[in-house]
Write a protein that binds this ligand. Structure first.
Ligand code: SF4
Ligand code: SF4
Length: 106
């Protein structure tokens, strides 16, 4: 028997989160087949996508954006593609169809 192996007492408990926030290191975006892309010009900043995203990967950046029609918003929305799983909920919930859902190309 290999004496280097941990004993059962040394194994971490199953199903228990030992380190809060460790999911940031798991890049779940690899699962994605379709990718949401926000059309910053069409977006009315209602933030429904931010509310509904089950993974909290839509970030509200403190970055002004001026649309092609001259409307200036205080914020810009950005999707964290490392962690967006491509579930499409944001696409469904957007009231003005400002999120395109395009096939992922890798
Ligand atoms: S596709 Fe799903 S995980 Fe990705 S940003 Fe939209 S709601 Fe969030
Ligand atoms: S739901 Fe649509 S309009 Fe509302 S903030 Fe998100 S992308 Fe913009």
């Amino acid at each position: 028997m290999d004496s280097q192996l941990p004993t059962w007492r040394e194994l971490p408990l199953g199903g228990v989160i030992l380190e809060p926030g460790n999911s940031v290191r798991r890049k779940t975006g690899d699962w994605r087949v379709f990718k949401p892309v926000i059309n910053q010009d069409a977006c009315i900043r209602c933030l429904l996508c931010w509310v509904y995203c089950p993974d909290g990967v839509i970030h509200i950046l403190d970055k002004p954006y001026t649309s092609s029609k001259g409307k200036t918003w205080d914020v810009t929305l950005e999707i964290d593609y490392d962690h967006c799983k491509g579930c499409g909920i944001c696409v469904e919930e957007c009231p003005v169809d400002a999120i395109d859902f395009i096939e992922e190309v890798k």
